[in-house]
Design a protein around this ligand. Structure first.
Ligand SMILES: Cc1cc2nc3c(=O)[nH]c(=O)nc-3n(C[C@H](O)[C@H](O)[C@H](O)COP(=O)(O)OP(=O)(O)OC[C@H]3O[C@@H](n4cnc5c(N)ncnc54)[C@H](O)[C@@H]3O)c2cc1C
Length: 384
């Protein structure tokens, strides 16, 4: 069985950023690291967007930043100024093309393409099975293999965010590219929280996603029809679809197990980096990978990473309960949150970085009755 110091299982945002931070560390420069993924990571397989500060190491990868954010429904348009918390976009391929060649240049990082079949902790040694071959390490950092996470239960039991998207190119410059549309509920069906998400990357390039929150899968063909109708209505010009993407993110308050065992640590979505109520993960994954590399450099062991402050877990439960019990109220609440509060306050709240005092006006701006009912029901549930 081949032995490494560390194995990084899964080379997405979390795994690659951890490897990148290890590469930057003087103290870790002798460590032998195995990097494994079943994909080659040579495609632009996703769109990473986030608000606020850009991690310095990756700032040059940002393709576009918006300072105006829109939320819409059939009856109103909420346009907010986001100068203090701008909204950024990094195409995943830029990140892969920046990080992977750097790692490949180092003799300490070995890339392996294969399917991870099992990860286990055997007598104090972390062992991974990749295409029937065993490899071991002092520590395995896993963002790939669902078998060692609560993701599988989370997907079954609670709710999820699902989206299908197109990147389209128009033959003329027809877009106003200075405003991102976070949510357009004008496409929403009654009793469902579904919306269109629009990133005008330039005057003739648009990424649009048909997104749904809930526990029902988007029906086959619905997203495609919805996007085609939306384009025909709002951008009636010839276009070609240059890329498609889709995603599925658990919206679960089930606690993800960051430390699966003393030798196996979960990263990224599997480590609990996705905020259950929004699905945004990228920045948390990068920041936590930075902390893990720093901890390894300092003490030789992975540090303890704390997930959300506890009361945010409770807010997430309430959010998910309102999503299930009263989807119409949730749509209204998302609009009101940005209408009645500054975008920086709303975004800080959604990033779980506000204090209880700062949260009071935000909570008071939401529709009281459905949230109060959800609060009471969740209180009862947590006592059971
Ligand atoms: C289309 C799309 C758009 C998104 N947009 C945003 C966004 O705008 N903002 C945001 O914050 N988040 C977004 N997300 C969520 C996104 O998943 C995270 O931001 C980020 O990619 C999570 O990083 P991760 O490392 O946990 O997972 P990933 O980046 O998904 O990495 C996991 C890796 O594990 C590999 N893998 C899985 N199973 C196996 C196996 N059995 N064997 C070998 N390899 C395996 C996969 O190939 C993958 O490379 C989006 C997701 C998708 C799919």
């Amino acid at each position: 069985m081949k032995k490494y110091d560390y194995i990084i299982a899964g080379l997405g945002a979390a795994g690659l950023s951890l490897a990148y931070f290890m590469l930057q560390s003087e103290q870790l420069k002798e460590k032998k690291v195995l990097l494994v993924d079943r994909d080659r990571k040579d495609k632009n397989d996703r769109t990473w967007t986030f608000w606020g500060d850009v991690p310095g190491e990756f700032a040059h990868l940002v393709e576009k930043t918006w300072y105006k954010i829109g939320l819409h429904d059939k009856y109103e348009d909420v346009i907010v100024n986001a100068e203090r918390t701008p909204y950024h976009f990094i195409p995943a391929i830029r990140f892969y093309n920046y990080v992977i060649p750097k790692l490949k240049k180092s003799d300490n990082f070995t890339f392996l393409s294969g399917n991870i079949e099992r990860i286990s902790d055997l007598n104090g040694e972390a062992v991974i099975t990749i295409d029937s071959q065993l490899y071991s390490a002092d520590y395995i950092f896993n963002s790939a293999f669902h078998g060692v996470s609560t993701m599988a239960q989370a997907q079954k039991k609670v709710a999820f965010q699902q989206f299908k998207g197109w990147e389209v190119s128009f033959n003329r410059e027809i877009l106003e590219a200075d405003e991102v549309t976070l949510m357009d509920f004008s496409i929403s069906e009654k009793g469902k929280v579904n919306f269109m998400y629009l990133l005008p990357v330039s005057e003739n390039r648009l990424i649009l996603n048909c997104t749904a929150f809930g526990s029902e899968m988007i029906e086959n063909g619905f997203a495609e029809k919805c996007m085609a109708d939306y384009l025909a209505k709002y951008f009636p010009h010839d276009y070609s679809i240059i890329r498609k993407e889709q995603g599925f993110i658990p919206m679960s308050h089930i606690e993800f197990r960051r430390n699966y065992s003393s030798r196996i640590m979960n990263l990224g979505i599997l480590g609990g980096d996705a905020r259950p109520s929004t699905g945004y993960t990228f920045i948390n994954a990068i920041n936590n990978s930075r902390k893990i590399a720093a901890g390894l450099a300092e003490s030789g062991n992975p540090p303890k990473i704390l997930n959300n402050k506890r009361h945010f877990n409770f807010y997430d439960r309430i959010f998910i309960r309102v999503l299930k019990d009263n989807p119409e109220a949730l749509k209204k609440a998302l609009l009101l949150m940005f209408k009645k509060n500054s975008s920086s306050k709303a975004f800080d709240f959604l990033s779980a970085s506000t204090s209880v005092i700062q949260e009071i006006p935000i909570i008071l701006s939401l529709p009281i009755i459905p949230f109060l009912k959800a609060f009471i029901n969740e209180q009862k549930n947590s006592r059971r």
